[in-house]
Design a binder for this molecule. Structure first.
Ligand code: SF4
Length: 463
């Protein structure tokens, strides 16, 4: 995802405020970093510019996860240098070295003013102050309390921690972002409250490992609304659910590893504020592959756990991602994965053919799977998933589901139900109501009767 935007504030003495262009690439965690930098820029009185030539300086927030993302980031930096010339780079790629241990960005683009790693608001701001001194009189009161968001007004991401304590063999995120650092629970609750007050109707909880929230601070207690609340996933979820209820909003949980304490979250989904939706990145099902991947919770009985969750809440929707063709994956191990998928009936699934990431320890594993076999296996997973998804969505026809509208269209609107996270899942196409007095509006909830389904999306009529 890429967004470019530019912001404007004029100090009281009439001096035009310096303008910063911003290019944001990468995952929702990177997006939150971008929001924090933009919030800080705005707090200090900087403007954001709408074009490269209208900016005094450009910040590029990069992604370094897979090779395609690295290339996209390097291209974006090149474009900003060509169009503007004054460029500060931040984000995951900023922390990445090449085989010789040299900084990748400095090597390809030696003209950039500065490079920082991810989650480095302070460092980025220090570089901005050096290369574009801050306005004389900051207009702190112009800053909205919820900060600056790059998402639409009605949904927002809440990043609860940074970094990761695991060392999955295919991943280099811990080497780029460091070990887990949980944000204080009171700070998170305040941010969530400000977002709800500002009109957010769906809060998406993200991190590298949501189930591990608080491990680094030994689950210490913070205070919220005059009562102690532990820095722990279950207490955070409960507190967010209570807050969301006051504002009639949704909370959606991402990157949840299937540890036993996740069982305690399922009963919280009963009243529809903590959504009956879990994004559980499983990556594989065969125990030997999971061991080679060094996955967290690989010893847990994932299938049993999923079936138990479904028994506790039959409406539960599970999203997951898988890797096909991981080094050493045999045909038998792959078929084990297919059998698991048939049993687990994952609602929303992404599958990637294994792609080596520079610096990942998985690259040294023996018996790499040939490229064409990886692709062929990915195709087989997606074919099976299409059938599973089609059947699961078909079962919704005739039912009425609550839908949050994302955008209006000539024939009505496009929205999402509890089963659909923005950007990654399907959508619900909502027909304009017959009654002209009943209007569909972005950021509002509607009861929608489902009339049609395919393998990804639903269609229905607002009641
Ligand atoms: S859990 Fe594994 S894949 Fe996820 S960030 Fe941590 S090391 Fe990477």
């Amino acid at each position: 995802m890429q967004s470019k935007q530019i912001t404007r504030i004029t100090p009281a003495d009439g001096t035009p405020a310096p303008k910063v262009g911003f290019v944001s690439l990468g995952c929702p965690k990177a997006l939150v970093d971008s929001e924090q930098i933009l919030t800080q820029l705005r707090a200090e009185g900087y403007e954001t510019a709408k074009s490269y030539d209208g900016a005094d300086l450009v910040i590029v927030n990069t992604c370094g996860f897979i090779d395609a993302a690295v290339q996209e980031s390097l291209d974006a930096i090149g474009e900003a240098l060509a169009e503007n010339g004054k460029v500060i780079v931040t984000g995951c790629l900023g922390a990445k070295k090449d085989k010789d241990g040299d900084d990748i960005i400095q090597k390809v683009h030696p003209k950039v003013l500065a490079v920082t790693g991810p989650h480095a608001v302070g460092e980025v701001m220090a570089q901005v102050h050096t290369h574009l001194p801050k306005p004389h009189e900051p207009f702190i009161d112009l800053l909205p309390p919820q900060g600056i968001k790059l998402t639409p007004k009605h949904y927002a991401y809440l990043k609860i921690s940074e970094g990761c304590n695991h060392r999955c063999s295919f991943c280099i995120i811990p080497s780029m972002r460091g070990d887990l650092v949980s944000r204080p629970i009171a700070e998170l609750m305040l941010e969530a409250e400000n977002l709800f007050k500002a009109g957010v109707k769906e809060l998406l909880v993200i991190s590298q490992d949501t189930s591990a929230y608080g491990v680094d601070v030994k689950f210490r207690s913070g205070f919220w609304n005059g009562r102690p609340v532990k820095t722990h996933m279950t207490q955070l979820t409960q507190a967010l659910g209570e807050l969301a209820k006051q504002y009639g909003a949704w909370v959606r949980l991402h990157y949840v590893y299937p540890y036993p304490h996740v069982d305690e979250i399922i009963p919280m989904m009963g009243d529809g504020h903590i959504l009956p939706y879990l994004d559980v990145p499983l990556q594989h099902a065969h125990p030997d592959v999971l061991k080679r991947m060094k996955r967290p919770a690989s010893g847990e009985k994932n299938l049993e756990r999923i079936l138990k969750w479904r028994e506790m809440n039959p409406d539960l929707v599970i999203r997951s991602t898988f890797i096909a063709g991981f080094p050493g994956e045999t045909e038998a191990e792959f078929e084990y994965l297919l059998d698991f998928l048939k049993e687990a009936q994952i609602d929303r699934l992404g599958c990637f053919a294994y792609s080596p990431v520079e610096g990942a320890t998985a690259n040294e594993l023996p018996n790499p799977v040939p490229d064409e076999v990886r692709e062929e296996r990915r195709g087989r997973v997606m074919l099976l998933q299409e059938e599973i998804s089609r059947n699961r969505l078909k079962a919704k026809v005739g039912k009425t589901v609550k839908v949050l509208i994302d955008e209006l269209t000539p024939s009505g609107a496009v929205g999402r139900s509890a089963a659909d996270a923005p950007e990654i899942d399907g959508v619900v196409h909502v027909k304009r109501p017959f009654d002209p007095k009943k209007k569909l509006a972005v950021g509002q909830f509607y009861d929608v009767e489902i009339t049609t389904a395919d393998a990804h999306d639903l269609w229905g009529e607002a009641q």
